[in-house]
Design a protein around this ligand. Structure first.
Ligand SMILES: [Zn+2]
Length: 387
């Protein structure tokens, strides 16, 4: 910690007001947190010789943790429980919209607890850790830690010292591998070969489902799509309608071929399209990893085990991801009740209880829920009450 730069803020919604701070001991950091109580505190993924120095180049970078960030809204996981707020005219509503239906201005989306979304997000994190980091890259599970971000997602930290010295280019390569951006058909598919007796279509040699890494992943993803025999699934995976119909018609034949590492191609179906299907199905595909976070070695990220000022939840280190429920396990504020005026909130579960829906009303709520709603910007302290 004495080699890290810290940043913090006392203003709701602004995560970093002051940065370039450093602390020489845990004691000093704890004293600062107790005395000053910032709403947010973040630390650098980078290690520096002089973490408090400015500008950046005077800090002298020694190395940097590799961190992957998964935020529910950035990976496109929206819910009808979410609330949008127009920054311009103040209109509010449920669900996800790009622009305010009343005035056309961009809106801010406030995410609310949603069990289904939580599970989906955890699956994505689990796949990243088990399949890619541990499975493909061979990182030891003991060197991967998963932290709840305190708000909308998770941070996956690789603490292995072997990764600290990687420069930006190397980190981009890792992200490209994980997101499948740089898959080259010529590495995955080989020479044309007969498909077998009585089969007239041409084949090429390619990955089979039991193979490690992306080759096996592509084969398994395509087999999964073929099994559904559904044109719409193929359309959703980016295949053109005409080709999708041919594929569905021939699904049993293609399935038996691909299981043996023989791919009907390329006259029938471009090899890159098979790759696109697999890539679109991978939980780590494309936009689902925040590339900037992963490759930016100067980035500040939420301090694990600190309270997130926008939610009142702790950015906890997660020991068992499968059973982790942030709205139960990361709650720390007291449960004594206070009165708040809630502008809008869906029905949601928090701390094992169900709350809402609320619309322009005074409500008595446990402090941890009241704080969460105030942090979302959908509730205000009721000054009419005596609390
Ligand atoms: Zn508006």
């Amino acid at each position: 910690m004495e080699k890290r730069e810290f940043g913090y803020s006392f203003s709701l919604g602004r995560k970093i007001e002051t940065r370039h701070r450093s602390f020489s001991s845990e004691e000093e950091l704890n004293r600062f947190l107790k005395n000053e109580s910032p709403l947010y505190i973040s630390y650098s993924v980078g290690y520096f010789k002089f973490p408090g120095a400015t500008p950046m180049e005077n800090k002298v970078l020694l190395g940097s943790d590799l961190v992957f960030e998964f935020d529910a809204d950035e990976v496109g996981l929206y819910s009808e429980r979410d609330v949008w707020v127009c920054k311009n005219c103040g209109e509010v509503g449920f669900g996800h919209v790009e622009r305010c239906p009343k005035c056309g201005s961009p809106v801010e989306t406030k995410l609310f607890p949603d069990k289904e979304r939580e599970e989906r997000l955890k699956e994505m994190v689990d796949t990243l850790v088990k399949d890619f980091l541990v499975g493909d890259l061979g990182i030891s599970p003991s060197e991967v830690s998963v932290n709840f971000s305190g708000n909308r997602g998770y941070h996956v930290h690789i603490t292995s010292t072997a990764y600290r010295s990687l420069d930006k280019e190397a980190r981009i390569e890792i992200v490209e591998y994980i997101t499948g951006q740089a898959l080259n058909p010529s590495y995955l598919f080989g020479d044309p070969t007969p498909c077998g007796k009585g089969i007239v279509i041409p084949c090429v040699r390619g990955p089979s489902p039991s193979m490690r890494g992306w080759p096996g992943r592509i084969a398994r993803a395509v087999l999964e799509v073929l099994e559904k025999r559904d044109v719409d699934v193929l359309l959703g995976a980016g295949v053109e309608r005409k080709q999708a119909e041919v594929i569905v018609k021939n699904a049993p034949l293609y399935t038996s071929l691909i299981r043996r590492g023989l791919w009907p191609a390329p006259r029938i179906f471009p090899l890159t399209s098979w790759i696109d299907i697999a890539r679109n199905m991978a939980p780590t595909a494309g936009h689902t990893i925040d590339t900037n976070t992963s490759v930016d070695i100067h980035r500040l990220i939420r301090l694990p085990d600190s309270v997130h000022g926008g939610t009142g939840l702790v950015a906890k280190r997660v020991k068992n991801l499968a059973s982790f429920d942030p709205y139960r396990d990361a709650v720390v504020l007291p449960s004594r009740e206070i009165t708040v005026h809630v502008r809008i909130a869906p029905e949601f579960e928090f701390g094992g209880r169900t709350f809402g829906p609320f619309r322009d009303e005074e409500v008595q709520l446990p402090l941890y829920v009241a704080y969460y709603l105030i942090g979302r910007g959908v509730a205000e302290w009721s000054w009419t009450s005596n609390e």
